[in-house]
Design a protein around this ligand. Structure first.
Ligand code: FCB
Length: 459
């Protein structure tokens, strides 16, 4: 293994820094009909011909629903402080309104209690994209009523589990649900209409703010926040056209979410650009969206480069690419964190997802099966160092989580793209920790050993 276990002395993480690993319900659970679960929009979307690259679906995925205890042991074996997972809304409330499904809630109770018994803090996400199909049939996130359905779901879950989890995230990556789900249509529910996408984004933000208010009013003790996918967005060239296009894209993907959440307003340039596609906003919505939260999570994978003519080619910069075709740019994470710290007044900030897909080979060695995923290990180590660089420059970071615990259903890419630090053999569902898992485990052990020790002079 090339990646160092100890970072440069300038990379000093706070003693209470939270190290974790993440997954989401639809990507790992399988068991789409077990114990009264309702259909989600991803169950339905996978059935559309051509929607998923390898024609697959989430019916089995990693079969996590039936392998909970063994998977909890894998998480514990890493030595992480926290595990970030999501709850399948249709598993706990099949129609997205009305009756809750006790058997579904019981699964998450076993998960949360199993984590706590192993000394791991549960970080629960309420919505990682698998909306109940029954709500989609009534208009889904484009319909304002879904906002109130989400608030009711959040309140019920918080009342049941709020005292046993460390944190509750309302939504994972509203931009993805809005734009990929409703503008480009490459993700569920597969709608292609910009005005709808912008209304969806508004309803997601509004439901976040109202849910935070309601859970707090109910006395929920978990820390409450949201997780955004963010990247630094730059122009392909210095031409005024490219610079303007990059500024607009930054507006649509970063400021459209950050400004309402932290300034209570949408960015004027984007609003104007949208014209008739701007969302309908009711009186009081913006104040609700700006409800103070206890943390902000960001997911970072790569940077964005924009050319006005659309001519930019990802191979142009010569940077190495992951199996997703995403440029590997760890310094982009430092740049992003510095910019966020500069442009907004933030609550404690976490990287809630970071990781990479590469083609892996399972090799059989004398010690058993192994995956020598040097590139993934290097990617993770370099991005942890990038977080360390941001901390050294004054950004008060609170945690970092690897995406993902294990290979899983990578949305429209199906099972072809592997992000796990644990390999999953989809024929047998056998789990094999990759070298990246072993590296992260040893790295965390070294970090934990440093806790409480004085910072070395000059370090
Ligand atoms: C993020 C998603 C996560 C996973 C990674 C690769 O956008 O939140 O579920 O698919 O990308």
């Amino acid at each position: 293994m090339n990646s160092p276990l100890t970072l440069h002395p300038r990379h000093r993480f706070p003693d209470d820094f939270v190290w974790g690993v993440a997954t989401s319900s639809f990507q790992i659970e399988g068991a789409p009909h077990a114990d009264g679960k309702g259909e989600s929009i991803w169950d339905r979307f996978c059935r559309q011909p051509g929607a998923i690259a390898d024609g697959s679906n989430g019916d089995v995925a990693c079969d996590h629903y039936h392998r909970l205890e063994a998977d909890l042991d894998l998480i514990a074996g890493l030595g992480v402080d926290a595990y970030r997972f999501s709850m399948s809304w249709p598993r706990v409330q099949p129609d997205g309104q009305g009756a809750f499904n006790d058997a579904g809630l019981a699964f998450y109770e076993r998960l949360v209690d199993g984590l706590r018994a192993r000394g791991i803090k549960p970080y629960l996400t309420l919505n990682h994209w698998d909306l109940p199909q029954a709500l989609q049939d009534h208009g889904g996130w484009a319909h304002r009523d879904t906002v109130h359905r989400f608030v009711a779901y959040a309140r019920h879950v918080a009342a049941r589990l709020g005292s046993r989890v460390e944190a509750i995230t309302t939504h994972n990556e509203p931009w993805v649900m809005a734009v990929l789900g409703h503008e480009s249509g490459i993700f569920a529910p597969g709608i292609r209409h910009r005005g709808t996408a912008m209304q969806v984004a508004h309803h997601l933000l509004l439901s976040h703010g109202l849910a935070v208010q309601a859970m707090r009013a109910d006395g929920c003790t978990a820390r409450l926040g949201i997780v955004l996918n963010l990247s630094p967005i730059g122009p392909a060239t210095d031409s005024p056209e490219d610079v303007a296009a990059a500024r607009l894209e930054d507006g649509r993907s970063v400021r459209w979410y950050m400004d309402p959440l932290f300034k209570g307003q949408y960015p004027a340039d984007v609003w104007q650009h949208l014209g008739g596609d701007a969302p309908q906003v009711h009186e009081g919505d913006m104040a609700a969206i700006a409800t103070p939260m206890d943390f902000l999570g960001i997911n970072y994978y790569t940077r964005g480069v924009v050319s006005a003519s659309g001519a930019w080619n990802v191979h142009a910069s010569g940077k190495p690419l992951t199996d997703m075709g995403w440029e590997i740019v760890p310094e982009g994470l430092t740049e992003l964190l510095l910019r966020m710290h500069r442009d907004w007044t933030l609550p404690p900030l976490y990287v809630k997802e970071n990781g990479a897909a590469f083609q892996d080979t399972l090799v059989h060695t004398a010690e058993g099966p192994r995956v020598h995923d040097v590139e993934r290990t290097d990617y993770i180590a370099a991005h942890i160092a990038a977080v360390g660089d941001a901390i050294a420059q004054g950004v008060p970071m609170a945690g970092y989580m690897v995406w993902s615990l294990m290979d899983n259903f990578e949305w429209a890419s199906g099972y072809a793209k592997r992000f796990g630090i644990v390999h999953v053999d989809y024929a047998t569902l056998a789990r094999t920790p990759k070298d990246s898992y072993l590296w992260y485990r040893d790295f965390l052990q070294a970090q934990h050993a440093r806790r409480g020790q004085p910072v070395a002079a000059g370090g």
